[in-house]
Design a protein around this ligand. Sequence first.
Ligand code: OXD
Length: 313
Amino acid sequence: MRIVIAHNVARKALAWRDAITTRLPQSTVVTWPEALDDLADYAIGWHPPEELFQRECRLKAFFVAGAGVDQVLAMRSLDPRLPIIRLEDAGMGRQIAHYCLHQVLGWYARRDAYESQQQNRIWKPLPAATPAEWPIGIFGLGQLGQHVAQAFLSLGFPVHGYTRSPRPIEGLRSYVDPQGTEEALAAFLGATRVLILMAPLTMDTRDRFNATRLRLLQAGSYVINVARGELLVENDLIELLDSGHLCAASLDVFREEPLPADHPLWRHPGVRVTPHIAAVTLIPEAADQIVAKIQDFESGRPVSGVVGRRRGY
Ligand code: OXD
């Protein structure tokens, strides 16, 4: 079997090559643009170049080496029949849950207020919160969203989930909305104090969170974006933070990455910026999963995680 790795970070491409070679010692694994003696059977990649799909025209499948598939689906040279297979959790759910818990528990425990009191040597206990006052709203209940939902439920937070298809999770209040209606979204937002964006970037989710929809959140709400920057209209978020309707936001993803040095989000007092690290691909876990899927593919067994091209995830 011939496998080509096309990762935009050279060091990671080599790590992927080694991880796949160890697991499939009979295969020939190279990193792009190195050529094989014949066309490749499979490619594994992250932000691959357009030329990959022009040269490797006999791929049986392309495996995305990360959570989101939007950048691959946007490629012009992609054959519409080529199966695109995404990672299914592979250790990312745990990481994203930790990221979101860290942000919410900091707000909940009034971290900023106590930090400022410490700077001014003020000893003053503030009223303690209860989880019931902090309803969490998760927009997008795929595998990662479900992981985050379970993490908050286990700590006693009320959790609301907005989803296209039903996800039976005990204790979760779900807003199942196959048509993407404004009514269901408004009901979900109205019940939410911390909005966590976890949905993929598609035509339906792009720019979904503009000023009009963010205003539907309870006054004094919080926003976490660990999905894609394009779900959120950043200037509208800033406007609502400035007006006081929103208290704070933790953003791990941005419309432009790296976030430009002069972008107002860097300096906004209500915003915490992290450089797209809420979940990183853990190569050993991801390689185990991809190799198992290649073996399923080769033996004609069904393979999970195949992206629906029209759906966009
Ligand atoms: C992503 C990733 O899809 O980092 O954002 O995997």
